[in-house]
Design a protein. Sequence first.
Length: 604
Amino acid sequence: MKTIATWLVHVVRATRVGWSLPPAMEDGPRGQLFANLMQAQIAEKLSADRLVSYETVRDTVREAVSVLHRKGTDAAGEVFANAQRLAAPLADADPELDALSQSWIEQAKAFYDVRLGDLKSAEIRLERAMADDTRLEQEFGYDLMHIGRIHTLHLWLRVQAAKGDVSTALEAADAVLVYLHGGGEDLPFGTGWSPTHAAQIRPDLAAAMTYRICSEIGAILQSMSQAEARQYLLVMPGLKQVAALDAYDEIAAWRSVKLAWSRGQVYAFFEALVPALMAGRGQTCLWYTMVLDAVSIAKALRQQSGMLFSEDVVHRAEEDTADPIILPGAIRAALRNCDTAPLSAPLVVNWPKRRFHLMCMGLPRSGTTSLYTLFRPMRAANEYAEKATIKALTSQMPDSDLTAFLVRRDREGALEMDAASFLHLAAPELVAQCPNAGFVLPVRPPTEWFESYLKMLLRWYDGFQAKGRTPPSWMEAYGQRLFGHFDWAEIASEDARDRFMPMVAQRFLSHWADTTLRTLDVLPPQRRLVLHTHDLGRRRGDMARLAGISEEHLTMESHANISPPGPDILQGISRTELAQMAQEICGPAYSAASAEADTHKVPV
């Protein structure tokens, strides 16, 4: 089972994979399917000279729209006026050509009016276009124009959304989905709709319109709060019907993701999101809206990780050379700015119910990684939320704030095996907060533990030095919290270790003794399992019994983080002196822990 941090890594990876795949909408004629078929039907029905007259008007309108995109409304206005002049003689001379030409002009001019902000004029123009399209279907035999009129309705619902009437827009969109899939008798704009006409729509045209309408729904919902989006998702029968059809996996996946997002259900969101992102961009803009929702969740869960993810999305959006047919400008802008609104409802990290709850109370280098490895098939993590937790434990925050942090950490992780090497610092709080948890305390011989711990610190230090960096301040604060005094300079070189090793060893061993005794005192005997680190593999059965699961659920791996071989680092103190110091400082604590570990006592 993945933790939040792991899920976020998977989301970033899935987004990159999905973005690397070619958009499916560019692989086929989905977006232009109706336009291509309609132009072929027109060419078949018109004589050569009438076709030239029509195409002259059509191509002038296309030029006007292109100019509108490139040069703005002023330049486009002149080209639209030219198209109107070319079409004017057809009004009385050829009603069929007049309807064909005016449909093009009115729909394109509606888009022009939207750019001007004149939404009322845009509505009037679409009403005229709908009337022309109806005449073409009913009087002149253009049967394809039935789906063409649904395209006009789509433009009309976009105008409703632009007016701020999203309820009307979404209701109209959902009515289209119902109509296309056998459940509707009428639509809210235009006339001449019927189940008979709907049943005669070509399946590929119905599918193309379904994708277009669902893309529109996704774009509208993208600007809404969680509560608003959830309200609409739950009352749209057409969308629910389409999502249940085998042919529309892309839409079904998006609806699941969006519902989980709207409810703030983090686990359900991630579980539905990752495979949907991995599938890549499809026939709609819905993949892009899921990326935006992922950014909003990531920012809410982990601000720093969320910002890095956001920067990655912006970079990829700017380099996106694909030009999807169905990708509203608002979604493009949102991707390139990653301006996702903050979530309006609290997130619920709704992991599946824990089958058991164990925590590691051992010191670093005592077997925490091995415990994680043994329980890896479960919902386990090693050093979960390490940096944030150590900062909380070393910041001298009020007890109430520390408790609140630990509660949130436990709720977010919902781990079954929490294998972290710093939890012993919060043992009293965790015993009180988690009454059903069991605790595993691996114990390692003090001298062996000290040498392994020192080697680990030096590997970290050398790694930072190799990158031209110094260890972060939180690591030093952690050392101060553990040992009372900690200074990298005392262990970083052979000369320093030769000089400071006795004092360093005394502080480390005192920490080992004090922490072991304190942890034994705090952990309830009926909820703890004490065992030797070297016995982790042999006592798999005892740990499984503590968890209440079968031993077969655990891996066969143990001792997963053995110190690599290296030079002797114990300058300044002989092993005999170190052993004697350990006996004096740690003897009572090691004897107490070993006595319990040797009994193989397992709480019931």
